[in-house]
Design a binder for this molecule. Sequence first.
Ligand code: SAH
Length: 214
Amino acid sequence: MINYENERGRMVDEQIAGRGVKDERVLAAMRKVPRHEFLPEALRTVAYGDHALPIGEGQTISQPYMVALMTELLELTGRERVLEIGTGSGYQSAVLAQLCEKVYTVERVKSLAALARTVLDKLGYRNVAIKTFDGTYGWSEMAPFDAIMVTAGAPDIPKPLVDQLKPGGRMVIPVGERFSQTLLKVVKTPEGTVTEKSIPCVFVPLVGAHGWKE
Ligand code: SAH
């Protein structure tokens, strides 16, 4: 029997804190959320390894370090309403749900959204709303958001997402080529947006009206 809690502790110490993520709330959330529950049975034993993993439909659950880094960049305090684009397994949504008031997450593949809903319900995450839709349009009925996280790689920053961010709000998004990107942190100010580069990364493509074509 694998002791998943021990595995998670080691994941946080070695892969996440060990690489410079400092936000204690983020580290605590990563210690708590059972990543293995978001994976197909056959992959659970390697859930806490230092890599992304397949979740079906050609999609992936991000590497633990990437989940933690992107979450830290949003600077959450607990009171925020956060939009996530690319629900996938629902793992990142669960991490966000520990750290803010409410998560709105959008997934274009219906079967993934349905599975994520089942897992999040089973684990008791009540502050996550999921919609099946093209997330490059954002979720206008629920806007504006304090923070936005895009977990698929975009050719450019989709304008609807900037529009749906509150002044002072933060967005993290991988932008670049179809199979390699740079993680960007975009801060919305009264004068416009300020963009900072974080690290190189590889995400599955963000497919949609304001993303890549099919
Ligand atoms: N955050 C996820 C990672 C998912 S991978 C996790 O923790 O598991 C990226 C996801 O983005 C995929 O599930 C893919 O289907 C989805 N996606 C791609 N383009 C999208 C779009 N335009 N709108 C919503 N979801 C999209």
